[in-house]
Ligand binder design. Structure first.
Ligand code: IFM
Length: 443
């Protein structure tokens, strides 16, 4: 029997004003590469041994061609909202003007969403930096932050009132740490001296764009999406606890504390001077611009122990894990939301991503992904637990609408609630998608 998604009958998540959505990102689904400028992920994919299956985003889910049928698919799931990202290299030319054809692609999508009463949650940057900006230093160059705010200005004017919510950045941790410090994501730079510098310019870009969005789009919910991997100590020893706090500052608080407290975690003082970002007068005021919402992406937690050389070491995640090796530990989501609410003066929160990579199989046109359903069920209930403890959470987005290009894992990991056959581009709603639809429609 197919498992269901169920929440306590008195849950506010069953009220009509709680927003349910599905999420995607441009590079992961669009294809249509000939119609846009190259970005850092094109270059990264073309570099040997960077992407596990040697794949790229040239075709992906061919959403560039199939977008109309994909919106019908979204509508058929009964969701209230669709979270998508805009490809910066599709909408802005090298000389910094709007590219009308690229803009039209998104205007068509936004107009159809509006006509169907599906709220558009638009992310301006989901990792696809135009390659020519990377050639000029990318996020290590302060100028990139200003280029981003120019892009935000032009595109938000072009979109008018079609957008329900703008997120400036998706997961600046991934762009800076994975992309510029350990090099497992584009642009693949490696160096401890780079990560914090890239992060500062990303956060500055966010703050500058918030100023622009507040002016150009005052009626939309404007904010940012951060990912959190809550840190737990392996033991109760003082050493492990301190190491874990260090890891939490380094991976999580680094990106949120500047937004609410206008400063970096005190851990900054423990880092070598050469790793510090250059913070100019006024930067932290720009970065701490008031937010209309905070997007929280959550998948898993991490467990740490102390290490003399590296401050902390992550231990192997215990079972159960998903197909990507991430521990399934839903209570960390509740605990995370509670601790963020204690530390910061939060605006309304949206869970902007949550989901599981499962080794799906399609049989007779059906995908029986029971493990994904139980992942969703446990995490939806973890969100409900946080709401019951007084945290204002206004929405939840499943990651992802459909299977897609999972970055350095290529097409080997499937996160969708809709199955994609990459040879035929046929989409099949998985049992998790049907369960999500039932939860939403039974409200
Ligand atoms: O696929 C990614 C997404 O692009 C950003 N957040 C995490 C997802 C799963 O790894």
């Amino acid at each position: 029997m197919t498992a269901k998604l169920s929440l306590p009958t008195n849950s506010t998540m069953l009220s009509a004003d709680f927003t349910y959505g599905v999420a995607t990102a441009a590079f992961q689904i669009e294809g249509g590469v000939k119609k846009r400028l190259p970005c850092i992920w094109d270059t990264f994919c073309a570099t040997p041994d960077k992407v596990v299956d040697g794949s790229n985003g040239d075709q992906a889910c061919d959403h560039f061609t199939l977008w109309q049928q994909d919106i019908e698919l979204i509508e058929s799931l009964g969701v209230d909202a669709y979270r998508l990202s805009i490809s910066w290299p599709r909408v802005i030319t090298k000389s910094g003007q709007l590219n009308p054809e690229g803009v039209q692609f998104y205007l068509n999508i936004l107009e159809v969403l509006k006509s169907k009463n599906i709220k558009a949650f638009v992310t301006l940057y989901h990792w696809d930096l135009p390659q020519h900006l990377e050639d000029n230093g990318g996020w290590l160059n302060r100028q990139t932050a200003y280029k981003f705010s120019e892009y935000a200005d032009l595109i938000s004017k072009a979109f008018g009132d079609l957008v329900h919510s703008y997120a400036t950045l998706n997961e600046p941790f991934c762009s800076s740490y994975l992309g510029y410090e350990i090099g497992v994501h584009a642009p693949g730079k490696v160096g401890k001296e780079y990560g914090r510098k890239a992060a500062h310019h990303l956060l500055l870009a966010h703050g500058l764009a918030m100023e622009v969005l507040t002016k150009n789009s005052p009626n939309s919910l404007n904010g940012i999406v951060l990912n959190f991997t809550p840190c737990y100590a392996q033991s109760a020893s003082e050493k492990d606890k301190l190491a874990t706090e260090f890891a939490d500052d380094y991976f999580n608080q680094w990106y949120i504390k500047p937004l609410f407290d206008a400063c970096y975690p005190a851990t900054l003082a423990k880092l070598p001077k050469a790793h510090h970002p250059e913070v100019l007068d006024g930067d932290m005021d720009i970065i701490s611009h008031k937010l209309d919402f905070l997007g929280v992406n959550f998948y898993t937690r991490a467990i740490y122990k102390a290490d003399e050389k590296e401050h902390f070491i992550q231990i192997e995640p215990p079972e159960p894990t998903t197909d990507i090796g991430w521990e399934i530990y839903p209570q960390a989501l509740t605990e995370l939301l509670i601790s963020l609410n204690e530390k910061y003066s939060l605006p309304p929160v949206y869970i902007t991503e949550n989901g599981a990579a499962i080794d799906d199989e399609i049989n007779n046109g059906e995908v029986s992904d029971q493990r994904r359903i139980s992942y969703y069920n446990a995490h939806l209930n973890a969100v409900n637990d946080a709401i019951e403890q007084g945290i204002k959470i206004d929405g939840y987005f499943a990651w992802s609408l459909m299977d897609n290009f999972e970055w350095a894992e290529g097409y080997l990991k499937r996160f969708g609630i809709v199955y994609v056959d990459y040879d035929t581009q046929v989409r099949t709603i998985k049992d998790s998608g049907l369960a999500y639809k039932a939860l939403i429609s039974n409200r």
